[in-house]
Design a protein around this ligand. Structure first.
Ligand code: SF4
Ligand code: SF4
Length: 112
């Protein structure tokens, strides 16, 4: 079956979307290197305390009512960007476009 939304991260954003259960409203847990990479302003605006300790990027609700990373901008499946892309967490850097994880996220978001 052809992709409904091309395998293009600037149009997709499915891996920045959360599936329930939402784990206390936290999406990406941040390690020391992740935190050190963020600017002070980004850290102040985006980082929250994670349940059970540590820091994380929280979830937000987008215009379509979907639960997405608080750093995601735009509309899923149309045009998206990461507000901290050059300084995004290691977990995001490790998710490869076209990988099984990518394809599962797209499937769960209804983009394939
Ligand atoms: S890595 Fe895959 S799921 Fe994530 S934005 Fe890119 S195409 Fe979409
Ligand atoms: S930090 Fe950026 S790349 Fe990572 S989940 Fe959030 S919006 Fe997506």
């Amino acid at each position: 079956m052809p992709d409904l939304v091309p395998l293009d991260c600037e149009r997709c954003g499915a891996c920045c979307r959360a599936q329930p259960p939402f784990g206390g409203g936290v999406f990406v847990r941040l390690g020391a290197a992740d935190l050190a990479r963020l600017t002070p302003d980004e850290a102040a605006r985006l980082v929250v305390a994670a349940p059970g300790g540590g820091r994380a990027l929280p979830l937000a609700t987008d215009a379509a009512g979907q639960r997405v990373c608080a750093a995601l901008r735009g509309d899923l499946g149309r045009s998206v960007t990461c507000a901290i892309y050059p300084r995004r967490p290691d977990a995001c850097r490790g998710l490869e476009r076209g990988s099984d994880e990518c394809r599962l996220a797209r499937e769960e978001a209804g983009l394939v």
